[in-house]
Ligand binder design. Structure first.
Ligand code: AMP
Length: 108
């Protein structure tokens, strides 16, 4: 059985989060320790631990997350933002459930 991370529990609504967007493929919520005026995390509903674990079958997921973030920003009128993936412990990844950091100095 896969190890369940805190993001599994947020995805499955077992623990609360400030959810800002959800559809069949992704969930986006506010980072609990924001490093910008707006700091969101986009996670796929389909679990992948890290960019380091991608395979041809899951390689579309990062692009899908980026597209969701782009559409979200457009809808909210956020014009400038940074998108980041932390990869592996050496890359600063603490939660091993693939996620896209969305940071902006514009308020949501
Ligand atoms: P990373 O270093 O890329 O693994 O980032 C993990 C991020 O998850 C950090 O920025 C944390 O502040 C954030 N985080 C951890 N627990 C929670 C939580 N329960 N709700 C929202 N964000 C969280």
């Amino acid at each position: 059985m896969e190890e369940r991370t805190i993001f599994h529990k947020i995805r499955d609504k077992e623990i609360p989060a400030s959810i800002v967007y959800e559809d069949d493929e992704v969930l986006a919520f506010k980072d609990i320790h924001p490093k910008a005026a707006t700091h969101l995390l986009f996670i796929p509903k389909h679990f992948v631990p890290s960019i380091a674990d991608l395979t041809p079958a899951t390689a579309h997921i990062p692009g899908m997350l980026i597209l969701k973030a782009q559409k979200f920003a457009e809808q909210k009128g956020i014009r400038g933002y940074k998108l980041t993936f932390h990869v592996g412990a050496g890359g600063g990844q603490e939660v091993f459930y693939l996620h896209l950091h969305f940071l902006s100095e514009e308020q949501l």
